[in-house]
Design a protein around this ligand. Structure first.
Ligand SMILES: Nc1ncnc2c1ncn2[C@@H]1O[C@H](COP(=O)(O)OP(=O)(O)OP(=O)(O)O)[C@@H](O)[C@H]1O
Length: 260
């Protein structure tokens, strides 16, 4: 069970004039700080998939980076299985598999070497790494390119390799920031099928997306963030019931309601 309560994170702004026009008008800009995340709460049980939605700049990535311990929250708490990620980030890091927006593979290494390196960082034995890579290569369809240098990978190859790298250590929770963005339909489906498999094996998955079709296909729970605050947090059925017949309209109704 993952529980996030009252999460907040602000960033210092050296020169507000350098912000985008939209950010300059955003009520989250207060003096010398941009309050990217102001009050985010959500929860997700074992074997559930939670879709994190929100307009561009709403605070999804910032929230996921806090959840993955890459950023320290200014306020609020994150608990995984009752343990606080905020007070024990090093312990928590081992139990989380995180795919960030930037895949960050080492271009001069092969996909296999990139994945294995993360396994080593997590203290796995060579034999365990080998077995796990075989399993992931088959599930994510990496076999045909795994032993080529990552420099020449397509976007889809990079993303699938980065996902394999994120879960090499069998994490308790998987967090994916826009895992299907930029992928073709086949690669996206492979990633969605992989998320389904994680769910079926009881692992909670939290992923951000702009694709509502993915939400209806995969998610048990939906959280919508708007201007750094949770505007909706509930089951897929509750989200669908906001405006029956159109997930787009359900989403828009939450954003509209939150910004007033
Ligand atoms: N390190 C930082 N310093 C200053 N501002 C930041 C920083 N990181 C994020 N922000 C700002 O916080 C806001 C939220 O950003 P975030 O990346 O979390 O949004 P998002 O919901 O993931 O957006 P998108 O859907 O476009 O990926 C944005 O206005 C962004 O510019």
């Amino acid at each position: 069970m993952i529980e996030i309560t009252g999460l907040a994170k602000k960033f210092a702004v050296d020169n507000p004039k350098k912000l985008s026009e939209q950010e300059q008008k955003d009520p989250r800009l207060k003096g010398k700080f941009f309050h990217s995340v102001q009050d985010v709460s959500l929860h997700c049980d074992s074997g559930q998939v939670l879709g994190l939605l929100g307009p561009n700049g709403a605070g999804k990535t910032t929230t996921l980076r806090m959840l993955s311990t890459a950023l320290k929250p200014d306020a609020g708490d994150i608990k995984i299985g009752g343990r606080s990620v905020v007070t024990t980030p090093l312990v928590a890091r081992k139990s989380i598999g995180f795919l960030s927006g930037a895949t960050g593979l080492y271009g001069r290494l092969t996909g296999r070497e990139n994945i294995a390196y993360f396994g080593q960082l997590h203290g796995m034995s060579k034999a365990a790494i080998k077995t796990k890579i075989e399993e992931l290569a088959s599930l994510l369809e990496l076999e045909t390119f795994l032993d080529r240098k990552c420099d020449n990978y397509s976007t889809g190859m990079k993303q699938k390799t980065a996902i394999a790298r994120a879960v090499i250590h069998d994490p308790e929770l998987v967090v994916l920031d826009e895992p299907t963005t930029g992928l073709d339909i086949m690669a996206a489906q492979t990633v969605l099928d992989f998320i389904k498999r994680l769910k079926d094996s009881g692992i909670p998955v939290i992923f951000s997306t702009h694709h509502l079709q993915e939400v209806s296909e995969l998610c048990d729970r939906v959280t919508v963030i708007s201007q750094g605050k949770t505007g909706f947090d509930g089951t897929l059925q509750e989200f669908e019931a906001l405006v029956p017949g159109s997930l787009n309209q359900s989403f828009l109704s939450v954003v509209k309601r939150s910004n007033h």
